[in-house]
Design a binder for this molecule. Structure first.
Ligand SMILES: Nc1ncnc2c1ncn2[C@@H]1O[C@H](COP(=O)(O)OP(=O)(O)OP(=O)(O)O)[C@@H](O)[C@H]1O
Ligand SMILES: [Mg+2]
Length: 383
């Protein structure tokens, strides 16, 4: 059978416009051997559709180009199948070099850095454990400032997290804090590491509950590319509101409530709000830095370097919830499948004028509680 011009033109966008092999070959079911077999079968169909030997002379150049492109995509698909990442709709990433564990003694305790969680913009975040101490409840991690110039951000984070641990003289506030402290990292200790040039890099040792967890960013991107179900976003958002309310009670605005900082524990219905490096004292300080990747999630007052307000966090928490739902906070767009009352409540937090947004995270949490009617928390079974 001859390859026709129209067939070539029909498959060209699929081969030339794809950002990842999944866009060429689709989702392939099964374990590695089944995936490889399925890849072969899809590949065979595509090969027939663009093989240069089957094309008319006038179409040979285009067919050759597409055929070569197909070969490249097949190679990338194989690599992803073999490293277990096929299906994440991300470009192929070469595995990172093996991690060399680092053993430290910090304030008399042996602390071992066991793996890199992420190399962030300001800090490297490492998994860690105290050797010889078996804590099955808490997962320890260490944030190390990449540049000594950013030590102040880590100091700020540590100070704020320490503040949350202090007993509040008001018994009602203390009752609330006692449950709420589970939703922020616990500061264990901090220290400095010297680099070869003698510069000191600040390191914070923090812990979060043990258990399977993913950031809201990963959850949305890798597990629910079309958006997380509203009933789940609802509980995640409500927990987030109580967490920022705790900070507000303590006179602090988080200042960076973005999807990469919301760590979700799907099975336990838990949450930890990470990264307090950009926290600011309410009405006194401005948020010191922004993450350009999440520019649309920050309210206008942050760009004007105005003093932070509780409503600043409400804006960002709602933007994060909209993102989780599959919407676009920058365009104030929410998918139509989201219950209207939920959508409207979230959009009310995105008013560019801070005084027109909901002001009180706890009041908003309570109001939000009725939005989806009475709900029994259903387990979040992630794909
Ligand atoms: N305990 C943890 N478990 C899982 N992931 C984590 C944990 N702590 C941090 N991360 C991931 O590491 C990223 C960077 O951590 P964090 O935001 O606290 O540091 P940072 O110095 O602000 O780095 P960045 O500039 O990249 O945000 C987080 O956005 C999150 O994705
Ligand atoms: Mg961060």
């Amino acid at each position: 059978m001859l390859v026709t011009r129209s067939t070539l033109e029909a498959i060209a966008p699929r081969l030339e416009g794809a950002a990842c092999p999944e866009e060429v070959f689709g989702l392939l079911a099964g374990q590695t051997p089944e995936k490889l077999a399925a890849l072969k079968s899809v590949q065979r169909g595509l090969t027939r559709a663009c093989h240069p030997d089957l094309a008319a002379p006038a179409d040979k150049a285009l067919a050759t180009q597409l055929f070569q492109s197909l070969g490249i995509w097949e190679g990338i698909a194989r690599l992803k199948i073999e490293n277990g990442t096929y299906g994440d709709f991300q470009p192929y990433r070469a595995p990172s070099p093996p991690y060399t564990p680092v053993e430290l003694v910090v304030r008399g305790r042996a602390l071992k850095l066991t793996g890199l969680i992420v190399e962030g913009t300001f800090a490297g975040v490492h998994r860690a454990e105290y050797e010889g101490e078996d804590d099955s409840q808490r997962a320890v991690f260490v944030k190390i400032a990449r540049s000594a110039g950013d030590n102040d951000l880590l100091e700020r984070e540590y100070r704020v997290l320490k503040g949350f641990q202090q007993t509040d003289p008001d018994p009602d506030a203390e009752d609330f804090l006692a449950t709420q402290r589970a939703y922020v990292p616990c500061p264990l200790t901090s220290f400095s590491l010297l680099d070869e040039s003698g510069a000191k890099h600040r390191a914070n040792v923090l812990s979060v509950p043990q258990g399977r967890c993913l950031t809201a960013e990963t959850l949305r991107r890798d597990k629910y590319p079309c958006g997380i179900e509203p009933k789940h976003v609802w509980w995640i958002f409500r927990r987030l509101l109580l967490t920022i309310w705790m900070a507000h009670l303590k006179g602090t605005v988080h200042g960076g409530v973005t999807p990469d900082h919301v760590l979700v524990f799907p099975e336990a219905h838990g949450l930890v709000l990470l990264d307090w490096t950009c926290a600011a004292k309410i009405e006194e300080e401005h948020v010191p830095a922004i993450n350009p990747a999440y520019k649309a999630f920050y309210p206008p007052e942050i760009f004007r370097k105005e003093a932070a307000l509780p409503a600043t966090d409400l804006f960002m928490a709602a933007a994060t919830a909209i993102d989780m739902l599959g919407g676009d906070p920058g365009k104030r767009w929410i998918p139509s499948a989201v219950p209207a009352a939920l959508g409207e409540a979230l959009l009310s937090c995105l008013d560019p004028i801070a005084s027109r947004r909901p002001q009180d995270a706890e009041a908003f949490h309570n109001q939000f509680g009725a939005l989806l009617g009475r709900r029994i928390y259903s387990p979040m079974l992630i794909p």
